[in-house]
Design a protein around this ligand. Structure first.
Ligand SMILES: [Zn+2]
Length: 86
């Protein structure tokens, strides 16, 4: 099995309104199914059946699929850094 380790994928960790975290990559948001998971799925996974996902390990992106089948979500970032979807 070949493990492809891409580098240079910048992401931002932001607070979501519900008290969890969101991952922000290239204007797209990702969320994870539970707190211990390293896999982050596109926030539009269910609504758009988007297959984009990111795997984190030690705060680094170790694998990713950043091909979305939809435009980036529109959001607003509060002064506290919380992301609010419009
Ligand atoms: Zn997506």
């Amino acid at each position: 099995m070949t493990i492809n380790i891409p580098d240079g994928v910048a992401y931002e960790l932001v607070d979501s309104l519900r008290g969890g975290h969101l991952l922000l990559i290239q204007d797209y948001t990702f969320s994870r199914t539970n707190r211990s998971s390293r896999l982050w799925f596109c926030s539009s996974k269910l609504s758009s059946q988007c297959k984009a996902k990111v795997k984190l390990s030690n705060d680094k992106v170790v694998s990713h699929n950043l091909e979305h089948n939809h435009p980036p979500p529109r959001y607003f970032k509060t002064r506290e850094g919380t992301l609010v979807k419009l």
